[in-house]
Write a protein that binds this ligand. Sequence first.
Ligand code: PEP
Ligand code: MN
Length: 337
Amino acid sequence: MVFILKKDIPAEEINKFRISWEEKGFSTIWAPGTDHDAICLIGNTSAIDMDAVVQTNPIVAYARRVTEQYKAASRLVHSDDTVFTVNGVQIGGNNFTVIAGPCSVETEQQMLSVASAVKSSGAKLLRGGAFKPRSSPYAFQGLGCEGLQLLTEAKRITSLPIVTEIMNQTQIPLFDDVDIIQIGARNMQNFDLLKAVGKTDKPVLLKRGLANTIDELLMSAEYIMNEGNNRIILCERGIRTFETAMRNTLDLAGVALLKQKTHLPVFVDPSHACGIRSLVSPLAKAALAVGADGLIIEVHNDPAHALSDGAQSLNPSQFDALMMQLKQRASSEEKNM
Ligand code: PEP
Ligand code: MN
């Protein structure tokens, strides 16, 4: 961290400022400049509130971080890609992994038919929401525990590992049979939930919030890693912009930037990103092209009658066609799919 000092600060004031940091265990370097002097602080500065330092030290004009506040998630700290296995399925590195399934778990017949269809098209994991975060309290809220049971049954029959969303930390004991805990966009900064899943040994799919920056997403991953859980997939699922023609705006540049900033696997959710079925396939291919490690896609056996997100859900044959195109592209990029 670097503190740029105001003009013409007497040497003794600068020394007092340096000593105050050295007493806290940091090293300091005094860098005189033509107009402004700077003090460089060396040590773990991640817990320092820069704004508070500027406000409480009248000699400081402003402060800048040299490294990011996130450490565990940073590629500067851990340069190799994080690769991990979920129930036999490899995530990250040279793999392009597709998670597919309905937005919501609705019925046994729906789950079993979608699960076997997406499996035969090459999906490696099954998704389905049992607890649904809906904008309206009058909308379908999910089947809850019964939904988890139907997912588990589909897992037993197809042997696809399952991914489903958690709403709060009291639900963790219900997630024993779940292979990846999804933290949805609306909960990306639910810090108590992040800490609680960080204490589990379950991989986490962490979705970017509707109005959160890349750095905030990485800081949320840092919360989970700080509790000892390093098996995290970051997921770009579209953000709110001025554009209203689509449900959200898919930040593909953000995906490429994340791949530079972090070693964690980065997935894309093209379904929630646009909300429009016909755009899911082009966005999925774009995600692969830009370097994503995988996708989470909504697939429904009867999208017209889906209880949630039917307009963005592919039917099994549309999903199958997309998977064939993705496999060709993945193999030309020497990725395992
Ligand atoms: C979902 O995956 O069904 C979901 C609600 O996603 P998001 O949190 O990205 O809106
Ligand atoms: Mn959905």
